[in-house]
Design a protein around this ligand. Structure first.
Ligand SMILES: *[C@@H]1O[C@H](CO)[C@@H](O)[C@H](O)[C@H]1NC(C)=O
Ligand SMILES: *[C@@H]1O[C@H](CO)[C@@H](O)[C@H](O)[C@H]1NC(C)=O
Ligand SMILES: *[C@@H]1O[C@H](CO)[C@@H](O)[C@H](O)[C@H]1NC(C)=O
Ligand SMILES: *[C@@H]1O[C@H](CO)[C@@H](O)[C@H](O)[C@H]1NC(C)=O
Ligand SMILES: *[C@@H]1O[C@H](CO)[C@@H](O)[C@H](O)[C@H]1NC(C)=O
Ligand SMILES: *[C@@H]1O[C@H](CO)[C@@H](O)[C@H](O)[C@H]1NC(C)=O
Length: 359
């Protein structure tokens, strides 16, 4: 018993102070001293693996432990797996800690005063890193990481239509009731500007929904949908991937970066729900793409346009100079019905508010 313990301590590079010796003499069976991970042969649909192992139970670690585990969910362009990660935190020393960097880069520290258990989902192709650190005083800190692998089909890759046409999709139409994640990738010849349209039914809340700048097998950045500020992202790469894990409306509207830049900003609305849009920046040019995800027909039934130098109009395509003005909103008779599935409302230096419903 004593011999095993001393070997473990040597491997861990621990300097044993006399005062701490009593601790060490009670040290367990564990020989966990390096940062080794399980072999890749243990990764398959339905498998459960442990770090540091060999079981799911909390494992006691030596002093001066310092490991970073990078855990990536396997994926290529057509097939992948997601990982359900369970973290058990048994830090005992005051300065011992676990730091998890989530797939979106967001860090969480676990110490003796934190949750003793937490859960993460790693979508196909994404990476979580878990750093486990103990200081020089042995405190019998413990941890365990349990990984559950599940096969998950990778969704279609769709080239964006040219700027003369709208690009939008409700991911709910791709849900198959079998895969936890439903994904879609849009590709383009330049950066993509993506918005998640407001709907008065509210977008479906989803903690395990992600937006990837890039493709499933080449991720430039990962965002948690609920954390996206202003509800829009401009990609660095020429692709964007959206993953949903809930049943319910999950609309996406895409534009080229060039169109978004010309308009200062683009936001989006989903009908048939009745919606009111009000500008908050009357001095700016802005565009709102209105989409009836359920079919053709949009009726504008309330309108107010104000501003001395104001220009407001409706376009039959995305907000760029290839689309045609189909209604001047300064002279429009309301209600007005458009025989379209999508349209753009452009406002230049206006304070504008309107309501739209599906028709
Ligand atoms: C993706 O991985 C699956 C399963 O590992 C394999 O069958 C398939 O051929 C791969 N596809 C590509 C495009 O590499
Ligand atoms: C992850 O595991 C926990 C605990 O077993 C379970 O409650 C949860 O539903 C799992 N989540 C997924 C996405 O598999
Ligand atoms: C914190 O550490 C003390 C001993 O150092 C231990 O008794 C207690 O259970 C620990 N708390 C948690 C939440 O692990
Ligand atoms: C991954 O994406 C980046 C950014 O778009 C690109 O520069 C790089 O060439 C891609 N790598 C591969 C292997 O496709
Ligand atoms: C489309 O219609 C379905 C069924 O009528 C409804 O549940 C859904 O909320 C509608 N979609 C939107 C974006 O309002
Ligand atoms: C349309 O906009 C593009 C991009 O800003 C510009 O390069 C092009 O000259 C414009 N065309 C016309 C006819 O105004």
């Amino acid at each position: 018993m004593l011999i095993i313990v001393l070997v473990a301590l040597c491997l861990a590079g621990t300097t044993v102070a006399l005062g701490e010796l009593s601790h060490h003499l009670q040290t367990p069976k564990s020989k966990i001293t390096d940062c080794q991970m399980f072999p890749s042969s243990q990764i398959y649909d339905g498998s459960e693996v442990y770090i540091p192992g060999p079981t799911a139970d909390l494992q006691t670690i030596p002093a001066n432990f310092n490991c970073v585990y990078k855990i990536q969910a396997p994926a290529n362009a057509t097939d992948g797996m997601y990982i359900n990660l369970t973290l058990k935190n048994g830090m005992k020393g005051l300065n011992d800690y676990i730091q998890v960097i989530n797939v979106d880069g967001y860090p969480t520290m676990y110490t003796n005063r934190s949750y003793q258990m937490d859960q993460y989902v790693i979508p196909p192709g994404s990476v979580i890193s878990v750093k486990v650190v103990t200081k020089s005083v042995y405190m019998a800190s413990q941890f365990s990481i349990i990984l559950n692998y599940h096969a998950n089909k990778i969704g279609p890759s769709i080239p964006m239509k040219p700027s003369t046409q709208f690009n939008f999709l409700d991911l709910n139409t791709l849900r198959d009731g079998k895969n936890f994640f439903t994904s879609v990738t849009f590709t383009n010849s330049e950066s993509i500007y993506i918005t998640f349209p407001e709907s008065n039914a509210g977008r479906t809340f989803c903690w395990n929904c992600f937006v990837i700048d890039g493709t499933i097998d080449n991720q430039t950045a990962v965002y948690t949908l609920e954390n996206i500020e202003n509800g829009e992202i401009t990609t660095q790469s020429n692709a964007v991937t959206v993953l949903t894990s809930v049943d319910g409306f999950m609309g996406t509207v895409l534009d080229t970066w060039g169109d978004a830049a010309q308009n200062n900003y683009i936001s989006s609305l989903a009908v048939p729900n009745s919606l009111t849009f009000k500008t908050t920046h009357p001095m700016h040019t802005g565009a709102i793409e209105v989409v009836n995800f359920n079919g053709t027909g949009i009726t504008m039934n309330q309108l107010s346009v104000q501003g001395t130098a104001c220009k407001a109009y409706v376009l039959n395509g995305p907000p760029n100079n290839q689309s045609q003005v189909i209604l001047d909103l300064s002279t429009a008779q309301i209600p007005h019905t458009f025989d379209l599935q999508a349209l753009s409302v452009v406002s230049e230096e206006c304070e504008i508010s309107f309501s739209v419903v599906g028709s």
